[in-house]
Structures are given as C-alpha cells and as structure tokens.
Design a protein around this ligand. Structure first.
Ligand SMILES: Nc1ncnc2c1ncn2[C@@H]1O[C@H](COP(=O)(O)OP(=O)(O)OP(=O)(O)O)[C@@H](O)[C@H]1O
Length: 964
C-alpha cells in the first residue's frame, strides 16, 4: 500500500499509538489532517513525513465496530482507496463494514505474529526493548513525571507546588512565593510536567519586556524547552500588513479566512507584554490561536478597577484566561496595587470561588478563626471533635453531615480532606501559593549600610516648591550639573574604587538618571559598567546584563532603572546601592529581591546613600524601623501604607523630625500587631496550602530513587550499541555520544552532528552548564525510547539457554505487556495504573514461572540462534508455542482485570471528592452554573469507560529454548 492518504482511511500514529485508530479527515496540499476520536485529538502533518502507519485487517482478524458484537473479517474490498470489510458475527451472518465505522479503540500486538513468522531479532535488541518498556511504564505512572529531568536543585517547596499544581485537571493558580524563591522555576516545572504528560501542547508565556530573554534562556537551559519569542517583526514574516496596528481591518469574514495566524507557527511562545497589549490585531490572533496554558509573569502589573477602567494588560489577560483552560499567574507582590487587584486576579483564575470583592474582604476577617479550626483538627483532633462549640463552628461552615461522619470516624484521610476543604472554601483558597523565606529557610542575611551625606547647595531651596516625589529624587532638582553637585555620585565613585573586586548593582528610579550616571562613571572615572533601562532594545538590555554577569571580564557595576528591579537574576552580586528609595514598599522588596534570592551565597549588603536630615533620611528610617524591610522581607508594608500613608507623606514634607519619630513608633507597634494577626491567620493558611513538608520530602525521596543514574548509564550504552552511536566515557558519571559510522537510522533525535556530552549527576549538571543533564526525561532519551516502542524494534526474539536444572528442549515463553488506555490525555489516567510493565514467563506445561525465572537471568544466559537454523527450529516448536501464546495472554488478561478494578476505584474516589467540592461551591455561590457539574460528570464517565476498557498489550515476546 502506498503512502497516499485518502479521507476516510484508518491509520495509526507511530510515535503515539495510544491515540488509537485515526481517521484521515483531509489530505490536500501536501498536508494530511487526521483525527483520533478515542483520544479526542487531531494532528496535522506534512504528507511526505507523516509518522503514520496504515491499518489494514486481514481475513481472519477480529475487528470492532461500536455497538456490535465480535466480528471476524472474511473478505476485504477496496473502493476509491478505502476498504470495505466483510465480517462475520457470532451468528454467522456477514456484514459489510466500511473502515470508517471501525472502533477508534484498537489493540495492537505484532510481537506474536513476528515470533510465529520467524521475524525475530537478536536478544540484545529484545533486552533493550524490555528495558525501554519497563522504564516507559514506570515513568508514565510515576507521580513525579516531569520533575526528574529539569536541571534544578530539588527544593522541597518548589517540588511540592509543581507536583500539586500539575496534578490538577486544568490548573489555574497564582504563584506568589516571596521574591526570588523560584516562581519561574516552579512555572517551568509545571509546564515541563504537563508537556511530558501530554496534557498541554501549546503554551503561551506573557512577560514584561525586560524578562523576555531571561525566560527564554531559563526554559532552555533548565528544562530543554525551546520557546520562540514573538514580536511584530516575527509576525510580519507570516502575516504581512501595513495597516495601523490598532485597526482590526480583518473584521470581515473574507479577509479573516485569508490571513495566516502567525501564532499558529509555534507551540511554545513567549510574548512581550507591552507589545501585545497595545496591538489589537495581534491580540485577536493570539486569542484565536488556541492555547493549553497561559503563563503571566509579574502579574501585579495587571491593574483592575471595579468600574471597568482596568488596564489594557488586565483586559487582555482576562480575555485570554476566559479561553485558556490552564493559567499560571506569577507575582511576588500580589497586593502591590491594593487588595482589589489581588482579588481581581484570583477571580480571573476561579470566578466560581471569588464571585465578589465584598465577600472576599469579609472572608479575610475570618482567617484567624479558620486557622484555629484547622489547627484543632490537625493537632488535637480527638479533643476538638469532642468539643461541642468547636463542632458547632465547623458545622456552620461544612454542614452537619460532613462533621458527624468525621465524629464517627476521624481517619487521617478524612481529617486531611476536611482541612483541605476549610482551606479551599473558607481560607486563602487552593489556587494561591505563597512560600516565604521564613518557611523555606536557609536564606542570606540582609545588612543595611547607611551613608549619610551633606545636603548640596540649592537642594533645600528647591524642596520648598517641590513635591515629595521630587525631593526624594534630588537629581530632578539639582539641574543639569547634578552629577557634579550631588554627593551621592561622589560616594558611589569612592565605594566602587574601594571595592574593585565586588560586583555592585545600583538601582535608580529614573531611566535618565541611570543613563547619565553610568556614562559619567564609565567615561569620566573608567569604571567597568553597564546600564539597563527601558529605552534600550531587548537585546541591548540582555547584553548589559550578560556583561555584568561575566565573572572574569565582566562589568563591576550595573546601573538599572526601575525595570531592572523585577524578575532579573543578579544573585551573583552582594552589594545593592539604592540611589533612592521608592514610596511603594513592594517596589523596594522587588529591588532587594534581585540579590536576595535563591543562589545568593553571601550576605545581601544594602547601601543607602542619603542626604542627612532630608525626606530621604525620614523615608529610610520609616523602612528601617517601621516596615523593617532591611532585615527581613516586607509583609506588612502595604497595610502600613494604607493606614499611615497620608501621615507619612506629611511627615516627609515636615522639616521637623518629631512627626516622623512619633509616626514610626505607632507604625512599628501596628506592624507587630499585623504580623501577629497574619501569623495566626492568613500566613498560617498560606503555609498549609503552599507546602506540606512531609509530602515534599516524599517527592524528593521518590525523585532521588527514580534518578537511577547507573541504570540510565547502562541503558544509554545499550542504546548506543544497538543504534550504532559512538559511546565514550568522558569522566566519572559523564559520557559522550556521537553519531557513528554504522547508525541504523539516518539521524538520531536530539543528537547534534558533533555529539553531546552529558552527565548523570544532578549536582555536576548544575555547575557545568556546558554539559547536558542526562536523566530519563532528557529529550534524547525520551525520543530514543519512543523510537524503540513505536516500531517493532526487538519485539520478538528466539534464543537458547543452557541451564542444568531444566530439561533440554524446555520452552520458556517470556512476554512483556504494557497497558493501553485510549482516553484523552488531559484525564491523565496513567496515574491510576501500576508503575511497571507486566511480565510473564510460562513453559510448555503452562506453568507460570514469572517469579522463578528473572528477566536479567535470561539475559545473562541467552545465546543467539544462527539465522540458517531458525526455520528448522521454528518448524519444530511452532505448534507448541501457538498453544502457549493464548495461555500467556489469558494470564495477562487476568492481571488486567485487577488493574482495571484498582484503577477505576482510585479514579472514582478522586473524582467523587472533586465533585463534592464543586457541589459545595455551587450551594454557596450562584455563579457556578449547574452545567459545570454535568460536564464534570461527563468527564468522569469518559474516564471510567476508558479505564474499564483498559487492555494489556503484548509488546515483546521471547522464546528461550533450553539447549543441551
Ligand atoms: N531549584 C532551583 N535550582 C537551581 N536554581 C534555582 C532553583 N530555583 C530557583 N533558582 C534560581 O534562583 C533564582 C530565582 O529564581 P526565580 O527567578 O525562579 O525566582 P522568582 O520567584 O521568579 O523571582 P522574582 O520574584 O524576582 O520574579 C534564579 O536564578 C533561578 O535560576
């Protein structure tokens, strides 16, 4: 059969056989579109390179038509390229069956046909297939899938969040860890998991311009994910147009059909926020392009107003998040622009849980009470459940049926579930994650260095008519000669000259001040410096950051305007000069976070040069003594601003110091009170939701166990041997792989022409970025495993073994089975199956010897059979093995029944607890539409049906004949 595709034909995908039997929808213009109804997926390929195999049934084959009993093919006829089968039913009646009506669920097993036909391969190939199968099944069922491969330290709080979030069907969460605790990494871990689990294919990341390249690089070097940056120039290459960017000239249906959507050109896309939020045409295309996950970094920039006056950025994300199932919003300072904005972002994520602002504010007042209830259930459940008052309070929230069943039997699972319900429905919610330095631990010290300076001439005079903002930024008041007259400039110069070996980051609010100061220090004083501000192109900014990061020939100083105070990684520096202090405490926290972040190895030295007895000094005192931000992350700064903001403004303007002193005394007392309140209420709830230390520790133990570097090293060696790659030891725990002269495939996926050097050691990979990190999730390893399993490679084997204990002529049939589940990937049903392949060994007396005869033992004993002897040998044993195969298949079917039972029970239990939550939310909140419950139930039915029709497919079969 030629590879000419015709609509209606049935094909299967070679790399993704689990998609089931596909049907060609369209085959035109060198493209082929194929639907896979069992998995609800569709794929489009270039016809010449489509990885598809035609499925044709032969006379005698079983075929399956939905709603009909078993049918056996008696004849096939071709009509216009498609086949009509004639098939007999149980009553002997023959029915015409056009291939289009065949069931999309298909059981594939070629191993037995190949064995019986003598199409067998060397036992080493069989061993490679068996190892591949074992590993694939282990990793597909592992709860840690997607967490193993990234080149990151295994940090408990990140692993917990990533595993928890990715385990949800369509995760929509706010990642709000304190600044620098690794939200980008958490997002990357979640993306990596969803991609590997095939629960997401198209990912859109929207970030502030200054972080575009950092995201690109982090995704590639840590996660092996190749994102594409989309900007106007790139879009123009596909969709050229000359109209005004803000016009939507393609409104008309006709031009809409003609246009090419540039965003369909890539699966993994990063978009700068400023570009996309001002470009109406591209926004429409972005929304039309269809995505599985949206990630928005620095989400506090999405400003919301109740009166529909929200920012364009907010409106864009609101539009996208209504269309896209999974959404991650990232911000270290969620309440940066007030609690309203925080609420609005939560509402974007889960409108059912957050219907209105007033209720949300009200709810916050009860966090302490909820926290108390949770503490009672967690610490002293027996006493709590015997306390009538406690139970009454619990009943008021959860209803009496849940509470009385808890009173009857307070199992750990039930207690845990009740705590989760309280957290989710009445606490900070299950979509908000916030880890703090206090909970994570191990962070460096912040050390404040105050540098009082004398006030320069003209400043005080200028202040009499200036605003507070201006007086905090003397460069705006001192005129064009400010670089000469401002004592902060001389102090910076001196500091740099006295500390020539230290990397120093300087942040100034204003981009022109940053630019002028850098030019001055570089040209006039010869300081190796770079500058980073919004007027530079993205490439220029990254070049500046890279020059600063270079440990040998890099700049001593980087001067940033405020855009450098967010998201960037400068933890290799230990000195931060704050040329001015912002009035917004979150902004100051963001600035400090450039150095005070994961990876910082020393103290974080914070230098504040300021004019003595000026507004600058007062603001410094405010931050030092009231907000306390120079010794620990700021948790109450916004609340203090809300209460004392006006007074602070007045005190900064006041020439007298008494006002600020009094204010600081009151504010610091208030700060203590607020912190205590947070500690008992909100923070405690957040801590409980954001990381469960025991679960995190279990995850890390599991990941360490799954790493199995020795096995992987052996596996790569086997792979290299069988595929003809050159394999060379590099050093301890590291190898080099290169394309060999006798490769059995034209190209090997993810193997560059000049080879790849990789280490199996995570620690080494973290410090040696020139080496790949080889794990079971490295793209080369995954593609190689797919290559093995998507073909018949090594699926059938005949060997001899010499074992004294067994009679010569004994036949041992070893079969490997893998689960076939034809269901949509988003249901992630593999999680409910055992993390292993299924192996059986039987002899010709139908004895089950699976435990007695280990696979590794057979590998050790195996001897090849000469090709010339094979036909004779087969003739002798064919009838015996023809009888053994159904027996081994029936044993597999028995095991499959247990797998089905256990999997459906686990799935059902999880779904009913999810359903309960949805139901409870519905009864509290009229915004949850009843259809949601219906859709949920339909999904459960799909999952149950798929699990009930789980099959164990024979993937590899070996006949071992005991020799003399
Ligand atoms: N598990 C990890 N292993 C190695 N490096 C890490 C890990 N987690 C974070 N880092 C590094 O720590 C730094 C901070 O991480 P990241 O940028 O993800 O933090 P963030 O919370 O997004 O920061 P911000 O609040 O500033 O946006 C980065 O340099 C990152 O590469």
């Amino acid at each position: 059969m030629s590879n000419i595709f015709i609509a209606g034909q049935r094909w299967i995908s070679n790399p993704e056989p689990d998609l089931g039997l596909g049907i060609i929808l369209e085959a035109e213009h060198r493209r082929v579109v194929i639907a896979f109804p069992a998995a609800e997926e569709e794929r489009t390929y270039a016809a010449a390179a489509a990885p598809l195999s035609r499925v044709l049934f032969q006379v005698g084959d079983d075929i399956d038509v939905p709603g009909q009993g078993p049918l056996i093919v008696t004849e096939q006829q071709e009509h216009g390229g498609c086949i009509v089968y004639f098939a007999r039913d149980e009553n002997g009646d023959v029915h015409p069956v056009p291939e289009q009506v065949l069931s999309a669920n298909i059981k594939l097993s070629n191993a037995k046909e190949r064995l019986l036909a003598g199409q067998v391969e060397h036992y080493r190939r069989f061993a490679l297939r068996a190892a591949t199968l074992e590993q694939q099944n282990t990793s597909q069922a592992a709860s840690t899938r997607g967490l193993l491969g990234p080149r990151v330290q295994l940090l408990p709080h990140q692993m917990y969040i990533a595993a928890e979030v990715a385990s949800r069907a369509a995760p929509r969460v706010l990642l709000a860890d304190e600044v620098g605790l690794g939200k980008t990494i958490e997002a990357g871990l979640i993306i990596h998991q969803l991609l590997l689990l095939e629960r997401a294919k198209r990912i859109l990341i929207v970030v502030p311009d200054s972080l575009v390249h950092q995201w690109l690089v982090e995704m590639l070097r840590r996660f092996n994910l190749k994102f594409s940056i989309f900007n106007e120039a790139r879009c123009q290459q596909i969709d050229e147009y000359e109209d005004d960017p803000s016009s939507i000239f393609f409104d008309e249906e006709e031009s809409k059909q003609k246009e090419e959507n540039p965003f369909e050109d890539a699966q993994l896309v990063i978009c700068p926020l400023s570009w996309i939020s001002t470009h109406t045409r591209r926004q429409q295309q972005l929304c039309d392009a269809g995505w599985d996950m949206l990630v928005v970094d620095e989400a506090h920039h999405l400003q919301w107003h109740e009166d529909d006056d929200s920012s364009v950025e907010y409106k864009l994300v609101e539009r996208l998040s209504a269309e896209i199932a999974s959404v991650l919003l990232l911000t270290a300072t969620p309440e940066n622009a007030g609690i309203d904005g925080h609420f609005a972002r939560l509402r974007l994520l889960d409108p059912a849980r957050y219907p209105d602002l007033a209720a949300f504010l009200e709810e916050q007042g009860h966090y302490e009470e909820i926290s108390e209830l949770i503490q009672g259930l967690a610490d002293t459940p027996e006493a709590a459940l015997n306390d009538a008052d406690f139970c009454q309070r619990l009943e008021a929230l959860l209803g009496n049926s849940q509470v009385s069943s808890l009173q009857n039997q307070a199992s750990t699972e039930q207690l845990d579930k009740t705590i989760r319900d309280l957290l989710d429905r009445f606490g900070t919610g299950r979509m908000l994650f916030r880890n703090t330095r206090a909970s994570v631990g191990g962070f460096p010290k912040r050390v404040l260095h105050e540098h009082p300076l004398s006030v320069p001439p003209g400043y005080e005079q200028a202040c009499t008519t200036a605003t507070i903002e201006e007086s905090l930024h003397p460069e705006q008041l001192l005129g064009v000669m400010w670089l000469k007259t401002d004592p902060r400039v001389a102090w910076v110069e001196k500091f740099l000259l006295q500390n020539p070996d230290e990397k120093v980051l300087l942040i100034a609010a204003d981009s022109s001040a940053a630019r002028d100061l850098e030019l001055h220090l570089r040209l006039r004083r010869g300081i190796a410096s770079a500058v980073f501000h919004e007027e530079l192109s993205l490439i220029e900014r990254d070049r500046a950051a890279a020059y600063f990061a270079d440990p040998e020939d890099g700049a001593q100083l980087l001067i940033c305007s405020e855009i450098g105070s967010e998201g960037r990684n400068f933890q290799f520096a230990q000195h931060l000069i704050l040329l001015d202090l912002p009035l917004n405490p979150d902004l100051l926290e963001q600035r400090i976070g450039r150095l005070d972040r994961i990876g910082q190895l020393g103290d974080v030295n914070l230098h504040v040069p300021y004019y003595a007895d000026s507004a600058q000094e007062k603001l410094l005192l405010w931050y030092r003594d009231a907000v306390n931000i120079f010794s620990q992350p700021c948790t109450v700064g916004n609340a203090l601003n809300l209460e004392f903001g006006d007074e602070l403004h007045a005190a900064l303007a006041n020439t007298d110091n008494a006002a600020i002193k009094g204010l600081i005394a009151r504010a610091s007392a208030k700060a203590v009170e607020l912190q205590e309140h947070l500690r008992k209420g909100r923070n405690r709830l957040l801590e409980l939701n954001s990381c469960q230390p025991q679960r995190a520790a279990e995850l890390i133990t599991a990941l360490e166990a799954e790493q199995r570097s020795d096995t992987l090293a052996e596996y790569l060696e086997m792979l290299a041997e069988q595929f003809g790659l050159d394999h060379e030891d590099h050093s301890d725990n590291a190898v080099i792989l290169r394309p060999g002269d006798h490769m059995i495939t034209e190209a090997f996926p993810h193997l560059p022409d000049d080879g790849i050097t990789g280490t199996f050691d995570r620690e080494r990979a973290l410090s040696r970025e020139d080496m790949a990190y080889f794990s079971w999730e490295h793209p080369l390893v995954i593609s190689a495993m797919d290559m093995v399993m998507s073909s018949d490679f090594g699926s059938a084997c005949i060997c001899t073994i010499a074992v004294k204990a067994l009679k010569p002529g004994t036949l041992l049939l070893e079969g490997f089975f893998s689960p076939a589940l034809q269901a949509p990937a988003w249901l992630q049903l593999r999680r409910y199956l055992p993390a292993q392949s299924f192996r059986l060994v039987v002899d010709q007396q139908n004895r089950d010897l699976s435990k007695a005869v280990a696979h590794s033992k057979l590998n050790q004993l195996a001897q090849g059979v000469k090709k010339t002897l094979m036909p004779v040998l087969l003739r002798e044993v064919r009838s015996t093995i023809t009888a053994m195969i159904p027996h081994i298949e029936s044993l597999a079917e028995d095991a499959c029944k247990d797998w089905r039972k256990e999997a459906t029970e686990a799935f059902q239990a999880e779904r009913s607890s999810e359903r309960e939550r949805l139901h409870a939310l519905m009864s509290r909140n009229p915004h949850v539409a009843p259809q949601e419950l219906e859709i949920f139930d339909q999904e459960t039915t799909i999952g149950m049906t798929a699990l009930q029709s789980l099959q164990l497919n024979m993937s590899a079969l070996r006949l071992a004949i005991v020799s003399q």
